[in-house]
Design a protein around this ligand. Structure first.
Ligand SMILES: NC(=O)c1ccc[n+]([C@@H]2O[C@H](COP(=O)([O-])OP(=O)(O)OC[C@H]3O[C@@H](n4cnc5c(N)ncnc54)[C@H](OP(=O)(O)O)[C@@H]3O)[C@@H](O)[C@H]2O)c1
Length: 292
């Protein structure tokens, strides 16, 4: 009997990797690697694992995502987010393995105030975004068969991660703490399960190049927070809906610059897949129902 082709997934403990595992797709043999067993900072180990397992596709979900820490740990974050994807892309290209990699909405500076297209020029405002942009560019340069999906505000249920934005809001509401959320930071919450499904469909379509991969509808942090509270209350996860104070980003005196408007247009991806990409609200309901 012919064996299934293999997909090797890095960052196996992360949010998106867990959503890929939950697809339970049987057309492929899925190999999930933890940080320890496939370390992006260890080129020899990566090469050995690729040669041992011979995947047809690698999905790189691993990254250093602590945006504020990237500003301080500049060399380390650059190594993980810029140099390591370049090396992985090179190793994959040498072996004719297709690489799928993820970028961020933060590559834009927010000045457009209309959904960003794949053809819009990036203008990163902080070190995290600069590193992620260098990483995605290196991946696309290494092999035209590679694929980069830029995404934003990923959320989903996860067996151990309990510090996502949704968890934080729920916890604060349950503990009766005061809630504040910004009205001037606008992006698109994206359900990791949806992103996982689009990733697999694109692999099966042999898609390559750059796509913006987000759910429908940009919202402010304030609107996103209210939606989390509304949906949680309707499922009985919180006893009542607390009030949320709308504030501006300047209220938090952050030293790091963040773009205020980073809504990505998902039209190109929607055309490629031949279907709408679905709303974050329906993803949120699924996540909360699972948590219940
Ligand atoms: N989350 C978002 O809102 C968001 C927004 C835009 C773009 N993205 C991008 O989407 C992709 C998936 O994000 P996610 O939310 O699933 O990330 P995540 O939950 O933070 O998972 C990232 C994983 O990468 C692992 N990792 C970190 N450094 C590594 C290294 N040197 N070698 C191997 N593994 C390493 C981490 O393991 P340890 O915990 O053991 O270190 C973690 O399991 C990433 O490229 C991210 O930059 C995410």
């Amino acid at each position: 009997m012919e064996k299934n082709p293999k997909i090797l997934v890095t960052g196996g403990g992360g949010l998106l990797a867990h959503a890929l595992a939950r697809l339970q797709n049987r057309d492929w043999d899925w190999l999930f690697f933890s940080h320890k067993d496939f370390d992006l900072l260890n080129g020899n180990q990566m090469a050995e694992q690729l040669d041992k397992h011979k995947p047809l596709v690698v999905i790189n979900t691993a990254a250093y995502n602590l945006v504020d820490r990237c500003e301080v740990e500049r060399d380390f974050s650059w190594a993980v987010n810029a140099q390591a994807p370049a090396e992985l892309a090179r190793l994959c290209a040498l072996r004719q393995i297709r690489l799928v990699h993820y970028g961020t909405d933060y590559v834009f500076d927010g000045s457009k105030k209309a959904p960003y297209l794949e053809t819009d020029a990036p203008a990163p405002l902080n070190h995290y975004a600069e590193g992620k942009l260098a990483g995605e560019r290196a991946v696309l340069k290494a092999d035209p068969a590679h694929l980069v999906l830029r995404t934003s505000w990923i959320f989903d249920w996860h067996p151990t991660q309990s510090k996502t934005f949704v968890h934080t809001i729920l916890k604060a509401a349950r503990e009766g703490r005061r809630l504040q959320a910004t009205t001037d930071q606008v992006s698109v919450p994206t359900h990791a399960s949806d992103l996982a499904g689009w990733t697999l469909a694109l692999i099966q379509n042999q898609a390559h190049g750059l796509f913006h991969a987000v759910n429908d509808e940009g919202v402010s942090r304030f609107q996103w927070t209210q939606a989390i509270l509304d949906e949680s209350a309707s499922l009985g996860l919180i006893p009542s809906i607390p009030s949320v104070e709308p504030v501006l980003s300047s209220h938090f005196n952050a030293t790091m610059r963040r773009p205020d408007y980073t809504v990505l247009s998902n039209s190109a991806l929607s055309r490629q897949l031949g279907r709408p990409l679905g709303s974050w609200r329906s993803g949120l309901r699924k996540m909360l129902a699972t948590m219940k």
